[in-house]
Ligand binder design. Structure first.
Ligand code: AHR
Length: 663
């Protein structure tokens, strides 16, 4: 399948020469030309094979991007695990009724630790009270969208008294938040015992709600009922049989990433060692997943756990980069050297669980529904940002412990080190860049002179996060922090990734970060993001469009940056970012000239282009497509008669990809 840029997934971009020095020479000016045309001379000899690929980073927890976002679960705090806002206590059983409330004034809801569903989910709720119907309702994460489609409901229920109850009537449904409108409702008479049992139903609303101000509710007769409830779950149809929200997952799949890094980021490390990501707690039946306090948005259910994430990556046709906790957390505590071994073993167990073909780990995985090993896992990353704070102090013992143990048992796995910059000798490193557009423009040639010493470079977190229009040393907290990705920022990112792509012998991949931002009030901790959404809508940012098309000179003069390569058909792929506030005319011609050299063929040449009227223009919920790509065929008039030159008028603030065959 072709992407909108015309590049098919897997198309290797063979970096073609450098463009032989982006020479700027004047060509005769037409009166209307605002600036002298820039001539870019293309070296037709391929200089190196590029390994550069566009990757993704599915970062858990941040901005309610996974729970409340990619994870399609509609019930928030489904197992009464979420602590009060601002709680830093990661222990279980401290949950609340957050997102839940009684359906009537007579209803009494009681959070109890008696007769827990499981060790992992120690709290549940009993429903009693006065009146006709008593019940509990859930607002979802910032609302529940309702459409004419099937919703899969499940919950766990037992007799609260333990004495048993036959014909317990339970009514469940989807309603407007004031319960005045019923969109879908069902009921059942259930025989309850002291044992927990899982009930499953389908809800099929007839029609669509106009907004997401809706609830799910479960109700019983107030008199004579005897119910204790936990783990209430409601899923709309999901993406490709996974647990993912359809529009969000499809937008990720459309990027056609080669590699997808997961699960964090800071959320891998946790706010403390105890709150780190623990893979064992993210696999198996949901009732055995205790969840944990995430580093950004609050509680992680871990419903979008290790296997679910791998399943999504697999369906995208990509490979995961599995980030391995490396004994360091955000409270600056490192696991002491003499206590590190169990953590190393835990990482090895995780890999056995994912990769073994037989034996106890393979059997466990099969019992969780996956017989075949996840053999598309080829790459692990050890740690996250081990250059920060005091992490470098302990990195010298932490990193080799994981590196060597993994290399010994899993020699087939590639490794990326999240290492401090001053260490050398790692097979691959992951550099992160968050900065201003101007910074990114200056990074275009960062990799040109980078030592080719065998260490591969990944840039698995990059983004323009600050407009840079105001003097401040603090790009994170200072003024001009961006809320949304702007055209100027996206151009900076295009230039940056073109710089990596032009050095595709060294730079293996780049991923924008973070991916998701839930736009609901109070849901954000980090901006800007690749995709923003609410319950009903998804906005693809300017950065998304740039990242999706897999971008490619020097800022100081022309403000036109370029990269040139070929695709698998041998067509030239020419990327041009005009980051100037004025239109620019560019003349592309082949170097080496003379007879017998390549010539542009005007037939079938295409242009993919994105531009905006101003640097600060951004796609938002209220104006989602102000920056959106156009595709067109290049007119024959763009080509000189002998095919030696291709002339383009680049609008101000634009990024263009030309695909052109040669003869
Ligand atoms: O992407 C946001 C955060 O930036 C990541 O969690 C962390 O790795 C980096 O500092």
């Amino acid at each position: 399948m072709e992407s909108t840029s015309g590049l098919a997934k897997g198309d290797p971009i063979h970096t073609l020469g450098k463009i032989i020095e982006a020479s700027e020479r004047s060509v005769p000016r037409r009166r209307e030309d605002p600036e002298p045309a820039i001539t870019l001379e293309i070296d037709p000899k391929p200089s190196k094979d590029s390994k550069f690929a566009i990757d993704l980073f599915i970062e858990t927890n941040i901005n309610y991007g996974t729970d409340g976002g990619l994870y399609a679960e509609l019930i928030a705090n489904r197992a009464f695990q979420e602590p009060e806002t601002n709680s830093t206590d990661p222990s279980l059983g401290k949950g609340t009724l957050k997102y839940w409330s009684p359906t009537s004034s007579g209803t009494k809801l009681n959070l109890t630790k008696s007769n827990p569903l499981s060790n992992a989910l120690p709290q549940s709720v009993t429903i009693s009270g006065d009146g006709e119907r008593c019940g509990i309702k859930n607002t979802g994460w910032f609302g529940i969208p309702i459409d004419d489609q099937e919703y899969q409901l499940s919950f766990q229920v037992r007799s609260a008294s333990g004495g048993g109850k036959s014909d317990q009537e339970i009514t469940f449904g989807l309603y407007s938040s004031d319960m005045a409108t019923t969109f879908a409702e069902g009921s059942d008479k259930v025989t309850l015992t002291s044992e927990w049992q899982e009930k499953r139903y389908t809800l099929n609303p007839r029609g669509k709600a106009g907004n997401a101000d809706n609830v799910f509710a479960l109700q019983v007769p107030c008199q004579g009922s005897d119910v204790q409830v936990n783990l209430v779950s409601l899923f709309p149809p999901t993406w490709e049989g996974t647990v993912a929200r359809r529009d969000l997952a499809q937008a990720l799949a459309d990027i056609k990433p080669e590699l997808v890094r997961l699960p964090g980021g800071n959320d891998l490390e946790g706010n403390s060692i105890a709150a780190r990501f623990q893979w064992r707690n993210s696999v198996g039946p949901l009732k055995d997943r205790p969840g944990r306090l995430g580093t950004w948005a609050g509680w992680n259910t871990e419903g979008l756990g290790l296997m679910e994430l791998f399943d999504i990556v697999e369906k995208m046709g990509a490979s995961p980069i599995l980030s391995i906790y490396a004994g360091y957390s955000l409270d600056r505590q490192a696991v002491p050297e003499d206590e590190l071994q169990p953590y190393v073993q835990d990482a090895l167990d995780q890999l056995h669980f994912l990769l073994d073909e037989s034996g106890e780990w393979a059997e466990l995985r099969a019992s969780f529904g996956r017989k075949e090993p996840y053999s598309f896992l080829k790459l692990v990353e050890i740690g996250n940002e081990d250059w920060i704070n005091n992490a470098p102090d302990t990195w010298p013992y932490r990193y080799p412990a994981f590196r060597d143990a993994i290399a010994k048992e899993f020699p087939q796995l590639g490794q990326i080190a999240s290492s401090p910059y001053n260490f050398t000798g790692q097979p691959a490193i992951d550099q992160h860049d968050y900065n201003t557009p101007d910074y990114f423009f200056t990074q275009f040639d960062r990799m040109d002179s980078w030592p080719r010493n065998g260490t591969k470079i990944y840039g698995l977190e990059y983004a323009v996060i600050n407009g840079g229009n105001q003097e401040s040393g603090d790009i994170y907290g200072g003024p001009d922090r961006l809320k949304h990705s702007t055209m100027n920022g996206a151009l900076g990112e295009a230039v940056f990734t073109m710089g990596m792509e032009r050095n595709g012998d060294l730079c293996y991949g780049a991923a924008y970060a973070p991916i998701f931002m839930n736009e609901a009030p109070g849901a954000q901790q980090w901006s800007p993001d690749l995709l923003t959404f609410d319950n009903l809508n998804l906005v693809k940012s300017a950065s998304y469009h740039i990242h999706q098309v897999n971008p490619s000179s020097k800022p100081e003069t022309s403000r036109v940056f370029h990269s040139v390569g070929t695709d698998s058909q041998g067509w030239y792929v020419i990327k041009l970012a005009n980051v100037a506030d004025h239109a620019s005319k560019v003349v592309l011609e082949f170097g080496g000239g003379g007879e017998g050299g390549p010539k542009f063929s005007s037939s079938q040449a295409t242009l993919w282009q994105i531009s905006a009227d101003g640097r600060e223009v951004a796609n938002t919920l209220s104006n989602p497509d102000v920056i959106s790509p156009t595709t067109s065929n290049l007119p024959p008039s763009s080509f000189s008669q002998d095919g030696s030159q291709l002339t383009l008028d680049l609008p101000s603030l634009s990024f263009s990809i030309i695909r052109v065959p040669t003869i």
